[in-house]
Ligand binder design. Sequence first.
Ligand code: SAM
Length: 659
Amino acid sequence: MLDYEYARQKMVDTHIARRGVRDERVLDAMREVPREVFVEEGFEEFAYEDSPLPISEGQTISQPLVVAHMIEAAEIEPADRVLEVGTGSGYAAAVMSRVAAEVFSIERHATLSEMARRRVEALGYRNVTMKIGDGSEGWPEQAPFDAILVAAGGPTLPPALKEQLEIGGRLVMPVGREPRNQRLVRVTRVAANRFEDEDLGGVMFVPLIGAQGWQPDLTVPPRPVHPISLPEQIAAAAEDLPRIDDPAFAETFDRFGDRRVVLLGEASHGTSEFYRARAAITRRLVEKHGFEIVAVEADWPDAAIVNRIARGLSPAPDGHPPFQRFPTWMWRNTDVAAFLEWLRAHNEGVGDIPSQVGFYGLDLYNMRGSIAAVLAYLDGADPQAAAIARQRYGCLTPWQNEPSTYGRAVLTSGYRKCEEGVVSQCRELLERSLGQSLHDDGLLDAAQNARLVASAEKYYRIMYYGGAESWNLRDRHMFETLDHLLASAGPSSRAVVWAHNSHVGDARETDMGRLRSELNIGQLCRERFGEAAALIGFGTHSGSVAAASDWDGDMEVKQVRPSLPESHERLCHDSGKSCCLLDFARADDLRQALAEPRLERFIGVIYRSETERLTHYAAAVLPRQFDAFVWFDRTTAVTPLTAFEPDRDAVPLTFPFGY
Ligand code: SAM
């Protein structure tokens, strides 16, 4: 009888090691796994001849050298989770189980999968899980994978497999436009939205048959994965929107009228179309669907003043106009003024206070006031630290990709030295203002006030240093405030939220969550309210925007650069639509087609167009980040209100800022 053990060692030495496979762990695995168990009955004597052999269903067990090359190319580490597409006999899965932590293997033929499972089980390899199915779509429930090996040749790289790779993960697969003639390709996912391909040479595999591979009848030319281009798919799924002031614009959003919370985003803090669209949708949600809370990304004390005036009450005790600190144009603009004018008229018509619509600030208690106080303090105490703080607050954004900014601040000893002074400055400010607008509003109770004071110290220290922790603290606070507002307005209460896309779009579907463990109010709303939350994003290709170059800087009207070629915005632009709604719940194909992360532009109160790619773009999976996306191809900057307008009646649009 043939000495299989001897034959195996000899094959590994002469056919595998001597022909270029260097990875000792791969060689050891090949020395260990008995290939004779995996070949068809009667073929055992050929098991160590280094050739592919026929197995049932017209398939093959791969040539050992090719198996070894593919596993080596996948650079599998002991802790890795690996996906194999095309279990076949189960041999390659068995070899990989000796070098990886876990192996998942999919086979489209049930008989092959069942035989393979029995073989692997009999050998006692417990870290292999098999299933029957179409592996061209991967195994999403088990993703992401550190490595994916495809043992059958496809016409193109299946997007689903690339999507299921971990960052840094490797996909090794034969690809070719002829069913049995391919190039072995290694694709490495170097970043969420960036892949690098390498050609590892010519191979001949059986075809990959499936949704993202070949059709079963191989005479039919390969079905393109996306039969039409992405912009064409966007155009096909888009619902055209009329002008914002046409009633039909807001009526399009009636579909969200039954939600508990509707979150309306914006792709910048200085774009008129986003404000006007949100105002129109909000009016419709209030008038037609009974929403009674408008909660915005603004400081509580300033919004509280607006809330009082919008309800026909006297303004704040100290009488100062709201939203006078940087970035003033975010709220003191003609679009917000027009909305608040409507809100006051609406509330007047409604009458009693409980039925009126309230306007609230969700942001960390007086965040902008605190930042102003920090800057004022540092300007006096340490101008160098003040410059750093300005830079840092300009970067208090989740999409910030410039690590040097944070690094520089930490390295400066002056910055650290000022911490005590800054924190006590902020505490004083908090205690002073808590004595004012918060108490008499009656909407945040004493317990919340006490919590606020108790956590103030920690909050100010975290905010001072910035980073993911401060972002999470802020968004958690925004969510808790929203939750509190809903709870105090009763179980049937409903809210519209206005905040930047970076707060509204589910952070888990963007670089924020994927790379930096940042969460946001959109994610928290989805987790709490499920389908009763609607996350609606907004986007644009080009135009103008109101923004500053640095925190505390003057507002400028800046030109928005045309969106980058590889971005979601560019795909929308190329769709030819000037203004439309993409409702992902009603566009299954588009959702699928946009399942890969792509760049998305985020402009806040700062816009630095010269470093745009680095400072304003991050990757996201748009149809999972948002439930719907509102597109304006060209947009314009908001018009700020002039500083002081003494005659409020003569210029009603300046309400409530002009008194
Ligand atoms: N690695 C296997 C081994 O060691 O025996 C060899 C696999 S054989 C070359 C390719 C296998 O891929 C075949 O068993 C074939 O049925 C399977 N296959 C083809 N298309 C597939 C698909 N879409 N999903 C899962 N398996 C597929």
